[in-house]
Design a protein around this ligand. Structure first.
Ligand SMILES: Nc1ncnc2c1ncn2[C@@H]1O[C@H](COP(=O)(O)OP(=O)(O)O)[C@@H](O)[C@H]1O
Ligand SMILES: O=C(O)C1=C[C@@H](OP(=O)(O)O)[C@@H](O)[C@H](O)C1
Ligand SMILES: [Mg+2]
Length: 160
């Protein structure tokens, strides 16, 4: 959350001349309301079901860059669908996370005690990110464009 998946995904798409899709955007357009409202109105379990379906559909029909939400890997089905694909795990430290997410009400899971919540979520999720990732790229002290270049190197996407 806040590491830059959506921002960097779009830039990477431009850099590769490929389309970028973001499953959170698919969920919002499908539900007709923002993510925070889905959480508050229907609850997290409902959001996760929409997320699993959005990832399944996007992986089946989209070619190019796909940005996921930070909690998508919690679903075993999603981890299985990601296996063997060029998945990038973008990381950052907690100080940077606090700066980037700020008081962003669009991220309901960080609405209360954001730093503590972020640490707790990362402890739980880090092994799952490591399980699905082909490469890990640090985003601390890097601009989104620099992160794109790191991804290009890490996945060996540069043309010879
Ligand atoms: N490398 C970066 N350095 C500084 N700010 C960044 C960087 N990448 C993204 N941001 C900013 O952090 C916030 C969260 O980015 P976003 O792309 O929505 O992350 P995610 O999709 O991983 O939650 C946005 O305000 C974005 O402009
Ligand atoms: O980490 C999470 O559980 C979530 C991350 C969000 O996406 P980003 O990681 O793009 O912020 C969004 O899917 C939702 O608020 C839940
Ligand atoms: Mg995002």
């Amino acid at each position: 959350m806040g590491v830059g998946k959506s921002t960097v995904g779009k830039l990477l798409g431009e850099r590769l001349d490929a389309a970028c899709r973001d499953t959170d955007e698919d969920i919002v357009s499908g539900a007709g309301k923002p993510i925070a409202e889905i959480f508050y109105d229907e609850g997290e379990d409902h959001f996760r079901a929409l997320e699993r379906a959005a990832v399944r559909t996007a992986l089946a029909e989209h070619e190019g860059v796909l940005a996921l939400g930070g909690g998508a890997v919690m679903a075993a089905e999603t981890r299985e669908l990601l296996a063997g694909r060029p998945v990038v795990f973008l990381e950052m430290g907690v100080a940077e996370a606090a700066r980037r997410t700020g008081l962003d009400v669009a991220r309901p899971l960080l609405a209360v005690n954001p730093r503590q919540q972020w640490r707790r979520l990362m402890e739980e999720r880090r092994p799952l990110y490591a399980e699905v990732a082909r490469v890990v790229v640090s985003t601390d002290e890097r601009t989104p464009d620099e992160v794109v270049e790191e991804i290009m190197d890490a996945l060996e996407l540069r043309k010879a």
